[in-house]
Design a protein around this ligand. Structure first.
Ligand code: PLP
Length: 339
């Protein structure tokens, strides 16, 4: 109830579609005892290809507008989906966007800083500023400078942290996702006992945990780390989940066991696919034409496949792969897929 009372913009088409993946299910679970479905938050919005950030930003942009801000300021890597989404929601709300794009990934494949997400931000008229800072999920000094810069020019900046995560409203989008999911389950007549989600800056994962704990139906949420700094991601997921729960209902407690982050699939570094990621991406693409990216969703796909194969996701399960988006970055990684 509290969640419904918190103002939000409408950037999504409506509930994101849920799809059964018959060929992937058969490939991963040949006996047919685990069924794989996907909730397609990669198709959730018409704003510059959508994705998880657009869902989170419904709440942050409402806050920005209510505070009279005119410019969203945020940060990410060169191929950040998040900064593309910030630019998209700003544009579609009549606001400006300044995005700091850092060297979070120490590679420079052809057209890395010209194609994919960064191209879309430029096309939307975003103010894109490149720098050489490496990856971490915390608050960055360059955004502070960008904020000052906007203010100095007479604008009113609104700060969106990396991934729209470490923000008091950051966990609400994916808490709302669980409310939406429960309504869809009633219509479908299916209960998804296990949700698999990619986790880096943590608020997608955290929001799902809050939603699942609040429902109390025993639904498991398994985060797959793609940050390659799992201790930091897990700490952030836990902190955001607890802060979001406290905001919604002071009685709602998030136990330690609710925060599950599998560390086996980041392949050693943020932003670079290894063989397991590439194989999982090909498997999803070549069975149900489900396209994933090499930075995030390919890693969570690899995680889900392994969890099913090793029996950690039990027979009889209906698993929901929470597809968070990210496909635009694929263009910048073409050199990894030349066969
Ligand atoms: N998947 C995609 C496509 C993303 O862009 C991100 C962003 O970081 C994630 C997963 C991870 O989500 P979060 O940052 O909320 O942990």
């Amino acid at each position: 109830k509290k969640l419904r009372s918190i103002p939000k913009q409408t950037f999504l088409f409506g509930p994101s579609p849920i799809q059964f993946l018959p060929r992937l299910s058969k490939e991963v679970s040949p006996a047919g005892d685990v069924k794989i479905w996907a909730k397609r938050d990669d198709c959730n919005s018409g704003l510059a290809y959508g994705g998880n950030k657009v869902r989170k930003l419904e709440f942050l942009v409402a806050d920005a507008i209510s505070k009279g801000c005119d410019t969203l300021v945020s940060v990410g890597g060169v191929q950040s989906n998040h900064t593309r989404a910030v630019t998209a929601v700003a544009t579609a709300s009549g606001l400006k966007a300044v995005t700091v794009q850092e060297k979070w990934v120490p590679i420079d494949p052809p057209l890395y800083d010209k194609t994919g997400n960064i191209l879309l931000s430029r096309l939307m008229g975003g103010d894109v500023r490149l720098n050489n800072e490496p990856f971490h999920i915390g608050h960055k000094t360059a955004t502070k400078q960008a904020m000052d810069d906007v203010a100095q020019k007479g604008g009113k900046p609104y700060y969106v942290p990396a991934g729209a995560s470490d923000h008091e409203l950051g966990g609400l989008g994916f808490t709302n996702f669980v409310v939406e999911l429960a309504e869809q389950e009633n219509q479908l007549g299916v209960f998804f006992d296990t949700l698999v989600v990619c986790s880096v800056t943590g608020s997608s994962h955290a929001g799902l945990i809050v939603g699942a704990v609040a429902e109390g139906k025993g639904r498991k949420v398994i985060g797959i780390d793609a940050s390659a700094k799992p201790a930091e991601t897990k700490e952030q997921v836990t902190r955001i989940a607890r802060a979001t729960a406290a905001l919604l209902d002071p009685e709602l407690k998030i136990p330690d066991e609710a925060v599950v982050l599998d560390e086996r699939f980041h392949e050693g570094i943020y932003g670079i696919p290894g063989p397991t990621t590439s194989e999982a991406m090909k498997l999803a693409a070549r069975t149900d034409a489900l396209i994933t990216d090499p930075v995030y969703e390919g890693k969570s796909m690899a995680g889900m496949v392994q969890l099913i194969k090793e029996g950690s996701i039990a027979a009889g399960s209906n698993v929901l792969y929470v597809h968070l988006g990210g496909q635009p970055a694929l263009n910048a990684y073409s050199s990894y897929f030349e066969e």
